[in-house]
Design a protein around this ligand. Structure first.
Ligand code: AMO
Length: 435
């Protein structure tokens, strides 16, 4: 009978015989005439005991072992397989360029990323993507239950949406197009199409030249957009519900994965605590950040920069017991052209800051055709080329808004990873386009 590593103890308790396990050779230890092999499959690690040396076996070879299950308190998982036959299905070359069974928290990021195909075999490194899968599933499920429709929009676009020059140019037959910085215009169009509530999980592209622990050139954006809202406050409440559900699901499904990153402080906040996260204005956030900064560095802060994000999160943790905080009412000069104004200076926009970093931006959008036309030049944008987008406002569009959560940032903060690149399967940075 073929079983998984995680089920061996149960099989041992039942005294099951002639069991088969298949997987990779994680570790080999020889003691006298006995060999102890740790086998790794998708469910975990188990110990195999052989009463002879298996000279030809190498680390990372793929094997099938048969034998009887037996309880053994000293073995990982509390059981072992007493092997009667072993078959090497795919022998790994002995010159492994990455030590798969090493402690991931002590392995350098460059080695991890250079050897991605092998580093993903490390249980802790692979665990990052189990947690990430739960985040995507919980985000999507929560929204489906709220009557949101999942969409997939094109990543090849005619122009930018988020401002700035961080666009990747692509040759498209005989003309230049760009990789989408976000699905912003499309998600708004789809709200106006009558879908009203949409979400998308897809890559977004930013030609950021700087290499920082918080930026990727390709990241996964958890986007949503909904019609008939009055202000960003509805969106903040929605995001609280989503985050609480994500944290609940990660705690429920991924306790083993969190355990593998215990050294870096992996944990999720209690779902209930999410609802107590403070909502403060941009002005208040700046005041808080400056108070902290004056005490610590003596430097003035003029914008919600990475230092300010950290300070405001530390404040939120002290004030409300959770290092999650929503900052709203950003000044118009700091937000993209599509943002809805609150007054002459402020907008109905917000960011979510979690454990010291911005994980979300969002807000209500301008849905008035004339007002949008008038605003464009102030952002240095020409209406020509934007006709498709602008027509949604011209021909009837409800008040609406939405936001986007950066998947890698949220994953990294849950697991205590120092760099978002660790939370991207095949990260793209200025130098790295392989594997
Ligand atoms: P923004 O540009 O702030 O907003 O992006 C939203 C969230 O995406 C993540 N993010 C990134 N993660 C890794 N590397 C990057 N280079 C990167 N850039 C952004 C962050 C950020 O908070 N259209 C709006 C969203 C909206 O209003 O709906 C937008 O894209 O977590």
């Amino acid at each position: 009978m073929r079983i998984l590593a995680k089920d061996l103890k149960n099989a041992a308790e039942k005294g099951e015989k002639d069991i088969e396990l298949s997987g990779w050779v994680h570790r080999i230890r020889e003691m006298g005439a006995l060999s102890f092999i740790v086998l790794r499959d998708r469910s975990g690690l188990v110990q195999l005991v052989l009463d002879k040396k298996y000279e030809a076996l190498t680390l990372e070879s793929v094997i099938t072992a048969r034998g009887d299950a037996a309880l053994n308190e000293k073995a990982p998982g509390g059981a072992e397989l007493r092997v009667s036959a072993i078959e090497c299905i795919s022998r790994a070359a002995a010159d492994l360029p990455f030590q798969v069974n090493a402690d991931a928290t002590r392995t350098g990021i460059e080695a991890i990323l250079d050897q991605r195909a092998l580093s993903l075999r490390n249980p802790a490194i692979r665990a990052i993507f189990k947690v990430q899968a739960t985040i995507i599933e919980a985000f999507s499920d929560y929204l489906r239950k709220q009557d949101f429709t999942e969409i997939k929009t094109s990543k090849i676009v005619g122009g930018g949406t988020e401002g700035g020059t961080n666009l990747f140019e692509v040759e498209y037959f005989d003309r230049k197009v760009y990789l989408a910085q976000s699905p912003q215009c499309y998600k708004q169009m789809l709200v106006a199409s009558g879908l009203e509530r949409v979400f998308e999980v897809a890559p977004a592209y930013r030609a950021e030249k700087h290499d920082t622990p918080r930026h990727l050139n390709e990241y996964v954006s958890l986007d949503l957009e909904m019609g008939f809202i009055e202000s960003e406050k509805t969106l903040i409440e929605l995001e609280k519900g989503i985050l609480a559900h994500i944290f609940e699901e990660v705690a429920r499904k991924n306790s083993a994965e969190l355990e593998l990153w215990a050294k870096t402080g992996a944990s999720v906040p209690a779902p209930d605590a999410v609802f107590t996260a403070p909502v403060i204005s941009y002005e208040e956030a700046l005041k808080i950040a400056n108070k902290e900064s004056e005490q610590k560095k003596g430097a003035r802060i003029f914008d919600i920069n990475p230092d300010a994000e950290r300070y405001v999160c530390e404040w939120a943790l002290r004030e409300s017991g959770i290092d999650l905080v929503f900052v709203n009412e950003f000044p118009r000069r700091h937000r993209p052209f599509y943002t809805y104004p609150l007054d002459a200076v402020r907008t109905m926009s917000f960011d979510a800051l979690f454990r010291g970093i911005e994980i979300t931006s969002g807000g209500r959008r301008q849905h008035n055709y004339e007002a949008q036309l008038e605003a464009l030049p102030r952002f240095g944008i020409k209406a020509e080329g934007m006709e498709d987008y602008l027509s949604i406002f011209k021909y009837g569009c409800p008040p609406h808004g939405g936001f986007a959560i950066g998947l890698e940032r949220l994953t990294a903060k849950i697991l205590g990873l120092a760099n978002v690149k660790e939370a991207s399967l095949f990260p793209r940075d200025r130098r790295r386009v392989t594997p």
